[in-house]
Design a protein. Structure first.
Length: 379
């Protein structure tokens, strides 16, 4: 396992993200804790010591499940990260209550890493309004008290939002988590954010290195192009090697869903193998070609499904839409997404309330997209 030095501690360069854990019967809120326990045991044995969860993951069950599983290990053997759920601005005035509940759910006395979650255009004003909601004051107090060892933030907002947050709270931010992968290097201005964080001397944590798994498998014409350059490198490996090429990156989080993924990722992180200029250029060419097909940058975080009053499988529909955009096929209705009641659960059932849009880290205009998908569906 590759390790990165952070303020005198050794962090595994690969962190286990818990947004896409194995579940039972397809129920996002019913985590398969037996399977997760096996994954964590393998991770521990192979040097992963960073575990990342959040209030909203798996219908708010991720923290609870990880708390039970990690309780089996000595507290000093792992670093636990979670986040304040400011992606929903109505949570921001309830900082004390939520933080205390998170400690209970995770069964710990302190968090090694704690983040202001998903800073974006919707919540930047409430996040910065400490006089009214007191969140910043409360969290910095918890850091002084040792209940937060390291305070940081994750950001999906644009460069200006990131700079504004740093202008207000930068002196207390010890790390920043950004969406960074070869497909989206210019999306959400990731490249500029990397440069900005470097100016502030803030270490970078990476989320969505494989874009929610979308970059784990590529159309054959692209994978063949990459295999000519690196015959022994897997497609996911290219994604992680891209990250290894960027200076300032500490932990790279991967939301692994099964043992096969964790074994493969651990093997990749046994060595650093950054890209050459030629390899970098090839990835950028593929990214431009793929984006020209107008895919939607959904990472299947599923925040939207938690807030959809109609219970629509929005990420599932977007996945079908993107797959068809890449292949040029017409959109059909797979039963595993829509079931028999197409009218009740299909894209056309969207009522346009925008509850989903308000919590989407990618700021996708979901109601408009649902109309587009509904119009394209072949019944």
């Amino acid at each position: 396992m590759i390790y990165k030095d952070f303020q005198g501690i050794r962090l595994s360069a690969l962190g286990l993200g818990t947004m896409r854990l194995p579940v039972i019967d397809g129920n996002a809120g019913q985590i398969d804790e037996t399977a997760v326990s096996e994954m964590v045991a393998y991770a521990m044995e192979h040097g992963i010591n960073y575990y990342d969860t959040a209030w909203g993951y798996h219908d708010s069950q991720s923290e609870t499940a990880m708390g039970r599983i990690l309780k089996k290990y000595p507290r000093e053997s792992f670093y636990l990260a979670t986040k304040f759920p400011g992606y929903d601005p109505t949570n921001i005035p309830n900082g004390r209550e939520i933080f205390e509940r998170q400690l209970e759910k995770c069964q710990v006395d302190y968090f090694d890493f704690y983040l202001f979650h998903n800073v974006n255009s919707v919540n930047i004003d409430p996040y910065l309004n400490d006089e009214e909601n007191g969140l910043y004051s409360y969290l910095t107090e918890q850091k002084k008290n040792g209940r937060i060892r390291h305070l940081g933030f994750s950001v999906h907002g644009d460069y200006d939002i990131t700079k504004r947050f740093l202008g207000a709270y930068g002196k207390d931010m010890e790390f920043c988590q950004i969406q960074l992968n070869w497909m989206d290097y210019d999306y959400q201005e990731a490249k500029r954010k990397v440069e900005l964080l470097t100016e502030y001397n803030i270490p970078i944590w990476v989320m969505e290195p494989l874009r929610g798994g979308r970059l784990a498998v590529l159309p054959e014409k692209y994978s063949q192009k990459l295999s000519i350059l690196r015959p022994d490198e897997s497609v996911p490996g290219w994604g992680f090697r891209f990250i290894q090429t960027i200076p300032g990156v500490g932990v790279t989080l991967s939301g692994m869903s099964d043992m096969e993924q964790i074994r493969a990722n651990v093997e990749i992180f046994t060595k650093e193998s950054p890209l050459t200029d030629t390899e970098w250029g090839a990835l950028m060419e593929i990214a431009e070609d793929m984006k020209s097909d107008k895919t939607v940058p959904c990472t299947a975080c599923r925040y939207c499904t938690s807030y959809c009053p109609k219970g629509l499988d929005i990420p599932g529909m977007i996945e079908v839409y993107n797959d068809n955009a890449l292949t040029g096929r017409e959109i059909t209705i797979p039963e595993w997404i829509f079931g028999e009641n197409v009218g009740e659960k299909g894209a056309g059932a969207c009522i346009g309330c925008r509850s989903c849009e308000q919590v989407c880290p990618q700021e996708i205009k979901i109601p408009e997209l649902m109309k587009k998908i509904a119009a394209a569906i072949v019944q």
